[in-house]
Structure formats: structure tokens, C-alpha cells
Design a protein around this ligand. Sequence first.
Ligand SMILES: [Zn+2]
Length: 143
Amino acid sequence: MTDAQPSPVLPVVDDVDTGEFFAAAARGEIAVRVCSACRADVHLPRENCPQCGAFSREWRVVPPLGALYSWTVVEHQVHPATPVPYTVVLVEVDGTDGVRLVGRIDGRAELEIGQRMEAWFEQVDDVTLPQWRPIRTDEESTA
Ligand SMILES: [Zn+2]
């Protein structure tokens, strides 16, 4: 019998097409790839723009804010490092062409479609993962 904790599943953070997303997260920023030719946001990040076909590796920092697009509660555990229940959220990021990012909230979160969300940055081993949590309306209005 061992007390060792299961290793979390972590993304590759030095990929040529997605590495800057995680580098920005390590700086406490949300970044999205943008086409240097037509300025469209290119999400998921890829080598060429789906709008105009140009090849581009440019990124831009966007607000760490968004609106809840959808969510689901996971009740069936699929990995020992991620206990259930937890809520997977899909957030449409402010100031983008509809870029949606995924996050995890522990437990069964009380949520509403369209509610305001803010990013925070979870450190797991040497990887920084952007996560999302609800903003209480009275907090945002006084910020
Ligand atoms: Zn383009």
C-alpha cells in the first residue's frame, strides 16, 4: 500500500502552435492566436488562419473575463487525480471573435448561462493552467 498521490494529466506546454497560450498563463495572462493578415482570432491555435489561409504565429493578450457559454457536471471519475464531482465550464472570452476556453470548478457549481466569469491561474507542478470562476455581479460592478 502506498500513499503516493496520482499524477495529474497535464498538457504539452512547449508545442509550436499552443506553447504561447501556456507561456502567457504562466505570466498571469490569457492570450489567443490572431491572424497577422486579417486579424481574425485563430482558435483553436493552428498554423494557418481558417478565414484567409495566411500563416501566422502572432498572439494577443485578451481580458481575463468572459461569459459562461455552457457547462456540465462530471459525476463519473475518469482519472484518479481528478475526484468527482466537478464542473467543466466553457467560457466565451471578452474581446474575441467568440473564442471559448474550458475550465474546471470543483464540485457541482451553481451557474447560469451568460453569467460573468473571470480567469484565475492554477499552478500544477511546473504548468500553469488557466481556470474560470464566476464573478459575483456586485464584485464586478465595484471593480
Ligand atoms: Zn486571416
